[in-house]
Every structure is written in C-alpha cells, then in structure tokens.
Write a protein that binds this ligand. Structure first.
Ligand code: AMP
Ligand code: MG
Length: 405
C-alpha cells in the first residue's frame, strides 16, 4: 500500500500532452490552444455605423436652435457598399454595421432626425466621429488574439470567428475506453433479475468523462472471466490513451483485472493506496512502441469509483489535455462535528459546505461507506482527513476538494 500523495504523484508524472491537432472551432471548446493566433485582418474590417441613421459631414451640422438640412443621396443597408464620396450638404442613410461613406465623419441616429422628401433635417450639432466605429478598433490587424496555452471558452471561439478563422490548433484530448466488469450487473431500463443490481458506474463514468473533456471512444460490459477481460483490454489498448476499468480490482475470486492487465503485458505502476474509500485502486502502463496506454483499475463501489476518478483520473486527463489547472479546487474548512477514524489511511469524507463570513464549514454526511451512492448526490466536497489522524475534534481545519462539475 502506498500513500495517497505518492500515488497521485506517480499518476501525474506520467501525464503528458498527447500531441496537437487542428480542429473546427466548436470542437475546440474547452481545449487548450497549441498555437498563438494573430489576426490577419482588422475587426471591424471597415469604418461602419454604430446606429441606424444618416452619415454626414460633422462640419455641415449647426448648433442649438437652428436646423441643418441635408440632401439625401442614397440608402445603404448593412452588407452594401456606397462608393461615392459625400460632398458638402449631403447625407447617406446607413443602417447599423453599414460602411460609412468616404467624406462622412459622423452618423446621426434616426431618432434625432426628420425626413422631408429628399432631405433630412437635424436639430443639433454633431461631433466628428459620433457613432462611427473605426476599422480595427476591436482587433487591429496582427494582434495576438489567442495565446498558446489558453483554455478556449465561448468568447475565444467567437473572437477567432470574427477574425475569419474556422479552425484552431489545440492539444489533443485523451481518448478513453471504459470497461465495466461485474456479472451481477443489469442495465438501467431492463427488468431487475434476482441477485442482480443496476449498473450505476457506467453512467457515473461516462458523465465524469464528459466533464473532464476527454473523448469517450466506447464503453463495454465484460464478464468476470479472464479471457474476455484480456481480449477487451487488448482491443481497447489499440485505440485508447486511457482505459478505465470498473470493479474487479480487489482480492476476491472474481477480481480479475490485475491478472488480465498483467496478461496483456501491462506494467503495474501501483496497486493499493492507503486511502478510504478506493483502497484497491490500480494503475498500469501498457507500452505500445514509444506511446503508452494507461490503465486505471477503479474499484467497483460507486463511492470508490467516483472519488478515484475525481482525485486521479480527472487531473490526469486535464494534464494530458494541456491544462495547467488540473487539480480539484481546494478550500480549507472547519469540521462542524468531530470525526473519528482508524490511523493508517487517508479518508475522503463526503461533506456539505457552508460559509460564515470568510470561513468555510464542512459537515460530514451521514453515510460514508463506499457502497453508498445516495449521499454522493448531496456532497459538495471531499474533506481530506490525513492518514495519521485518529480523532479530529469539531472545529479542526481540513482541506476540502470541491466537487464542482
Ligand atoms: P468489485 O470492485 O467488483 O469487487 O465491486 C465492489 C462492489 O461494487 C460490489 O458490491 C459490486 O456489486 C459493486 N459494483 C461493481 N460494479 C458496479 C457497477 N457498475 N454499478 C454499481 N455497483 C457496482
Ligand atoms: Mg466485481
């Protein structure tokens, strides 16, 4: 059994970016930019109107109490281009986003004008530049719009689109295959037969993989049988960067993941961590030439599977995706009740969090056993009770990893 900190370090030192790929903007959502992007154009590309109104020469407009009367030359919706230059005493009707014709230097909002046949009448004086958007005022040509290492969120993708790009180079997301073991499992939606339970881990794992940003290649149910397991691991390893197995990694007669991994040619990085839940957590490397497939053997209890994913698989996937911020978010909180445990293993305690002023309070939930799924649904975070602790009195400050999906 190795300590939790050591297990986490062993996992994380194996996590490396997996290469780059050019993808369509929407596919890049949540990915990390693998290149710097400079705009090749000015945004907006041309001087245009910020309002629906009349493009005029500001020097033609006159002050308080007097009216300006300008000859209307043309009407220009957004998308059109009026080629002539505006002369003295002239105006062109422009809609928001339409180019401001040469010669004009202000746009008068429709609300402040009156039309009189071919003339437009203004009631006040206008300044140069009023309601005119300069070319490149948003993004000057050559500006760095995306920096390498940036996480691409909706506005970043919009910015790239505004600059005319439809693709971007990102770090490739890890490809994951999930293998679900357990002869006792029955799929949700089917009739529950005697001795069977519904498979909740498939759903938990698929949902967690979605939140991690990794690409799920497939999920397969495998019987607790060595041959099937070896075949499933071999087949998954051909395509996947990461294989996640559910169940069958403990010491029972039908816990065959370890033997199967070994038969597949994988090397054990570790098995068993001094933690509760998820003690039998296993991690293997399966070398394929210069590349490797990483196998996470997660214990089958829903509590164990979720906690091991959050603590190990999530950070691993994020680091492989090029993210710098890969650890679970952490706060310090005061226990609102004493917590008693045996020395030797770090405990992940499911807590509810509340806040008074700047201080967080962590209240342990009633049911903490690894087989319990219902309390997971009420958990805000996992309090880390150190391995060497036995009794933590009320008020003890503990680290809490937030479960903010
Ligand atoms: P194992 O790790 O295979 O020894 O399983 C430990 C416990 O988790 C057993 O009570 C299993 O029935 C349960 N379990 C295993 N796989 C799943 C699953 N996919 N969904 C729900 N419970 C499971
Ligand atoms: Mg099992």
């Amino acid at each position: 059994m190795i300590p939790y900190e050591k297990a986490r370090n062993l996992v994380m030192e194996k996590a490396q970016v997996l290469g780059k790929e050019k993808v369509k903007l929407l596919e890049a959502l949540g990915s990390v930019a693998a290149e710097e992007v400079r705009s090749k154009i000015s945004v907006p590309p041309f001087r245009n109107s910020a309002v629906d109104g009349y493009a005029v020469r500001s020097e033609d407009t006159v002050g308080e109490g007097r009216l300006t009367r300008l000859k209307l030359l043309a009407e220009q919706p957004a998308g059109d281009y009026y080629r002539k230059k505006l002369g003295r005493g002239q105006a062109v009707k422009v809609m928001t986003g339409a180019p401001v014709p040469a010669g004009a230097d202000a746009v008068i909002p429709l609300e402040e004008t009156e039309e009189d046949d071919d003339f437009v009448i203004l009631k006040r004086q206008f300044r140069r530049g009023e309601n005119v958007r300069a070319a490149g005022e948003d993004v000057a040509k050559g500006t760095v719009t995306i920096k390498k290492g940036m996480v691409l969120k909706p506005p970043h993708l919009g910015l790239l689109a505004a600059c005319g790009f439809n693709k971007i180079m990102v770090y490739r997301k890890p490809r994951v295959v999930v293998l679900i073991t357990g002869n006792e499992l029955c799929r949700p939606g089917e009739r529950l037969k005697p001795g069977k339970i519904y498979d909740s881990n498939s759903t938990i794992l698929q949902a967690l993989i979605k939140t991690s940003g990794a690409e799920l290649l497939g999920l397969k149910w495998v019987r607790d049988e060595l041959k099937s397991l070896v075949a499933a691991l071999k087949s998954a390893a051909r395509r996947a960067d990461i294989i996640i197995t559910s169940g069958g990694v403990s010491v029972g007669d039908y816990d065959l993941v370890k033997t199967a991994a070994w038969r597949t040619g994988a090397r054990e990085v570790f098995w068993k961590v001094a933690q509760k839940p998820a003690k039998p957590l296993a991690f293997y490397e399966l070398k394929k030439g210069r590349k490797s497939t990483w196998i996470f053997g997660l214990p089958g209890n829903p509590g164990a599977i979720m906690i091991s994913f959050v603590e190990y698989v999530w950070p691993f996937i994020k680091k492989c995706s090029g993210l710098k911020d890969f650890w679970p978010r952490e706060v310090e909180a005061e226990l609102t009740a004493p917590y008693k445990k045996k020395r030797g293993r770090l405990n992940f305690v499911r807590v509810r969090l509340s806040q008074t002023g700047n201080v967080w309070q962590a209240t342990p939930l009633g049911q903490q056993e690894s087989g319990i799924i219902s309390s997971l649904a009420q958990t805000d975070g996992l309090a880390l009770i150190p391995a060497e602790a036995d009794l933590m009195p009320e008020g003890t400050r503990v680290k809490v990893h937030l479960l903010d999906w």
